[in-house]
Design a protein around this ligand. Structure first.
Ligand SMILES: Nc1ncnc2c1ncn2[C@@H]1O[C@H](COP(=O)(O)OP(=O)(O)OP(=O)(O)O)[C@@H](O)[C@H]1O
Ligand SMILES: [Mg+2]
Length: 344
């Protein structure tokens, strides 16, 4: 997420080898004299993420920033790291091999270490999509992994209790995407509020919360899912709408591949729905189709606009489509995709 004003200059892990060593010492992964090389991997405003090369092995350390880099992204970063770790562990038991293995944890510091996945054979899905590599089997696998996680956690009180992150989810997902967008579209504000309320109240599965192509690596054995800082026990429609939203928007970014993104969208939905047994698929389909235009509008006029919607014409196109389908929702995601294809 982005924000306006810098409030602190806490030292990045990538520049602080001693701090990385202290974390790995506490995780008993290194000793005081292990040689190591530390490289920053970017990371967002609430986390630091580094690649650590040790003799004979490479790993990745992610740490919540003790203070935030921007004022707008304020919400409890250390706690988010703990939920991310809990999500990785839960998912590892359901879809082994589709999340990085956790190697160590320092709960006090809000940090964990995980297996390093080499970008050479684990490209980010977003980059593949951007470059026109739109593989329907990959999209199906992304839907399958999500469906398996949702199905395995559906109506499980212990999982619900472990991920009772309603306040965080409201602050970092529902507010920026839906409620902030309503402030820019007063005639649709009540509709967007209703979508936020329905989403918040639908507590059925373990939601990833940021199921986006930028957080999914495509490895030799299929998708590997990262970045579960927004994990929440709630509405499966959120994850499904979130990832489908990206596949619609990619068609604005790369118009030549628009049809292939829609093939990927259909394949993802098809694979996902095979796992839906906790509620009738038409009910979940309808919630997803209602929510998706809200998320679309959120990427134009919410707090986290898509960086690749550059021209006013592109933004107007998405805005018009989203507004039309917020005002009058379609009953399922297939109809929404057909309308999107026609609107091109
Ligand atoms: N285990 C890993 N192995 C290899 N690369 C990784 C691993 N984890 C993360 N990365 C790389 O670091 C990037 C950022 O990771 P992640 O999304 O978890 O951090 P973030 O701070 O939430 O970043 P952002 O705000 O950009 O989403 C990923 O897109 C990926 O390229
Ligand atoms: Mg990320």
């Amino acid at each position: 997420m982005s924000g306006e004003s810098s409030v602190t200059t806490s030292r990045a892990l990538g520049e602080d080898v001693a701090a990385v060593r202290r974390l790995l010492l506490r995780m008993t992964i290194v000793s005081a004299d292990t040689t190591m090389d530390v490289e920053a991997l970017g990371g967002g405003v609430s986390s630091d993420i580094v690649k650590v090369t040790l003799p004979g092995r490479t790993l990745c350390v992610k740490r919540a920033l003790p203070k935030l880099r921007v004022a707008a992204d304020w919400h409890a970063p250390v706690v988010r790291n703990r939920y991310e770790l809990a999500w990785l562990r839960a998912a590892a038991g359901i879809v082994p091999g589709h999340v990085p293995a956790v190697l160590g944890e320092d709960a006090e510091a809000g940090a964990f270490a995980m297996e390093w996945l080499d970008p050479g054979d684990h490209p980010v899905w977003k980059a593949l999509l951007r470059d026109g590599h739109v593989d329907v089997d990959t999209a199906a696998a992304v839907g399958d992994v999500l469906g398996r996680i949702h199905a395995a956690t559906a109506d499980r009180p212990a999982v619900a209790a472990a991920f009772a992150t309603d306040a965080i989810f409201a602050a970092i997902r529902l507010e920026p995407y839906l409620l902030a967008t309503g402030a820019r579209h007063p005639d649709l504000a009540a509709t967007l509020e209703r979508l936020a309320t329905v989403t918040a109240r639908t507590k059925r599965v373990l939601v990833h919360g940021d199921y986006s192509p930028k957080n999914i690596l495509i490895g030799p054995a299929g998708p590997v899912v990262l970045d579960a800082e927004c994990a929440w026990y709630g509405d499966p429609a959120f994850d499904l709408a979130f990832v489908l939203n990206h596949l619609l928007l990619k068609g604005v970014w790369r118009p030549a591949a628009r049809g292939r993104y829609l093939d990927a969208y259909a394949a993802l939905v098809d694979a996902y729905r095979q796992h839906v047994a906790w509620e009738p698929w038409p009910a979940l389909d309808a919630r997803t189709a209602a929510l998706l235009p809200g998320l679309l509008l959120g990427r134009v006029d919410g707090r986290s606009p898509a960086e690749y919607l550059i021209t006013a014409a592109d933004r107007d196109h998405v805005r018009h489509f989203a507004r039309t389908h917020l005002a009058s929702a379609v009953p399922n995601v297939a109809t929404l995709a057909a309308r999107w294809a026609r609107a091109a």
